[in-house]
Design a protein around this ligand. Structure first.
Ligand code: MN
Length: 206
């Protein structure tokens, strides 16, 4: 995503598609709660927490990085809500109702790191499926330019450590429970086959 230098009070970013556009993999009911309640709450809470603090002068990206390095309890709350606001916006863009296939540089990079698209899907499903508890599964570009998969717990995000994410899957239960209940692996398989926004990954790689 291009760096967004907007400062607080933040507004809930627009969804890049209609709430029913990702069905049946992700139902309109799930999006309505996930975007309209969870994501909205992270943005609202963040605005309340940064009001009157030095964080008020920073962009969302900068709040995530600064709060990650600050260990007091108030900064931890700010980090959790800022990172969740950032991660969710990135997540909505990581999906598209018009799934294609990776092309160009992202295709080359996937082949170099995972052999082929099937190899990537297998590795991603394994990492995301095996992540214990709430969190996120990321495709990231390492400092050496190679692609790798990383999972983070709760609100944690690679951008806190200067990482370059290309895609993310939300593995909190709220992302799939209404549609798949405990079947996280089935949700991830469908997500990988039907929803991945490869154009977005390509833009983030560039
Ligand atoms: Mn979520």
């Amino acid at each position: 995503m291009p760096l967004d230098k907007t400062k607080a009070p933040f507004t809930l970013p627009k969804l890049p598609y209609a709430e029913d556009a990702l069905a049946p993999v992700i139902s309109a009911r799930t999006i309505s709660v996930h975007y309209g309640k969870h994501h909205a709450a992270y943005v609202k809470t963040l605005n309340e927490l940064v009001a009157g603090t030095p964080y008020e002068a920073l962009s969302l990206d900068d709040i995530v990085v600064r709060a990650a390095g600050d260990k007091d309890a108030a900064a931890k709350k700010i980090f959790n809500n800022a990172a969740q606001a950032w991660n969710h916006e990135f997540y909505w863009h990581s999906m598209t109702p018009k799934v294609g296939a990776p092309t160009g540089k992202v295709k080359e990079a996937l082949e170099k790191s995972f052999g082929d698209l099937a190899g990537f899907k297998k590795a991603f499903a394994q990492a995301a499926g095996g992540h214990f508890g709430s969190g996120w599964a990321w495709l990231v570009k390492g400092k050496d330019g190679a692609l790798r998969i990383e999972t983070t717990a709760n609100a944690d995000t690679p951008i806190a450590r200067g990482g370059t994410p290309l895609l993310v899957a939300d593995v909190w239960e709220h992302a799939y429970y209404l549609d798949y209940q405990n079947r996280r692996a089935d949700h991830l398989a469908a997500w990988l086959d039907k929803l991945v926004n490869w154009r977005f990954a390509e833009k983030n790689l560039a």
